[in-house]
Write a protein that binds this ligand. Structure first.
Ligand SMILES: NC(=O)c1ccc[n+]([C@@H]2O[C@H](COP(=O)([O-])OP(=O)(O)OC[C@H]3O[C@@H](n4cnc5c(N)ncnc54)[C@H](OP(=O)(O)O)[C@@H]3O)[C@@H](O)[C@H]2O)c1
Length: 243
């Protein structure tokens, strides 16, 4: 059996990924703040954690790893994220900057670290996929914290891949930008003021033109990359550039 630990399983892209995995008889261990989104699914386990807080994350993650016992393949999808604080950097408060970096970057580093350490002797396939963003490479006014954390996620993907390359049972790692996807995060972008996010009109137009991907389409791309053998470890991918 395949087990997948998935952060941000309660909404948007992550919820669609979890639903698709459960339909394929995988075991899913979701991590998020909200309640269990799949209370009737026997293959779904839920760990409630606020990943923007510094404390208790390692224990929560160890609890998640414990649920994967007996699996032949173990995957980690690091999907939880926030686009806040969405405003010019000088207007962002220290607490909101710290919490965003903790969620989008520190929890990714910490979970990757514990996953690699705890599964060092596991001989089945083990792979990490982090959800990145086009904002890792392209500048958007108002998305300074978001873009910085996503660029760092792409960097850690390349670095962990070279660290793992000589190991006896290496962990594979890739990152994937999912395109512009119709989720609560996109609604939040469209509801923000132009003073805070001057490019808001572009995202309103994308929605009006029907140009957004559905969460199910994004989930399909994420799972294709997750289970594929095609992409070398360390690949930094964008769904829009995949065939
Ligand atoms: N939508 C897009 O167009 C787009 C584009 C590029 C990249 N992405 C990336 O895709 C990923 C998913 O985004 P989405 O659009 O699906 O967003 P979303 O609908 O807002 O979902 C975000 C998920 O992250 C979890 N989360 C948020 N804050 C958390 C916290 N403090 N602790 C634990 N979990 C937390 C949420 O769960 P709880 O609220 O239950 O905690 C939720 O399950 C993010 O990494 C985002 O940067 C999205």
């Amino acid at each position: 059996m395949k087990s997948i630990i998935l952060t941000g399983s309660t909404s948007g892209i992550g919820k669609a990924v979890a639903r698709e995995l459960l339909q394929s008889d995988c075991r899913v261990v979701g991590i998020a703040r909200s309640e269990n989104p799949f209370p009737d699914e026997s293959n779904y386990f839920h760990v409630r954690k606020d990943l923007s807080l510094g404390s208790g994350l390692e224990d929560g993650f160890l609890e998640a790893i414990e649920k994967t016992k007996g699996s032949e393949e173990i995957y980690l999808v690091l999907n939880a994220g926030t686009i806040d604080p969405m405003k010019p950097i000088e207007q962002a408060g220290s607490t909101e900057i710290r919490m965003a970096v903790q969620l989008n970057l520190t929890s990714v580093l910490l979970f990757a670290s514990v996953f690699i350490r705890e599964l060092e002797d596991f001989q089945g396939r083990k792979k990490i996929l982090s959800v990145s963003s086009g904002a890792a490479k392209k500048a958007y006014p108002g998305w300074t914290v978001y873009g910085a954390t996503k660029a760092a996620v792409e960097s850690l993907t390349r670095n962990i891949a070279v660290e793992q390359s000589g190991r006896k049972y290496p962990v594979e790692i890739v990152s994937l930008a999912p395109g512009v996807v119709d989720t609560p995060m996109q609604s939040h972008i469209r509801e923000t003021s132009e003073a805070e996010f001057p490019l808001k009109a572009r995202f309103v137009s994308l929605k009006e033109e029907g140009a957004l991907k559905t969460p199910e389409e994004a989930a399909e791309g994420i799972l294709r990359v997750l289970f594929s053998q095609e992409y070398p470890s360390g690949s930094v991918l964008d769904i829009r550039e995949l065939g």
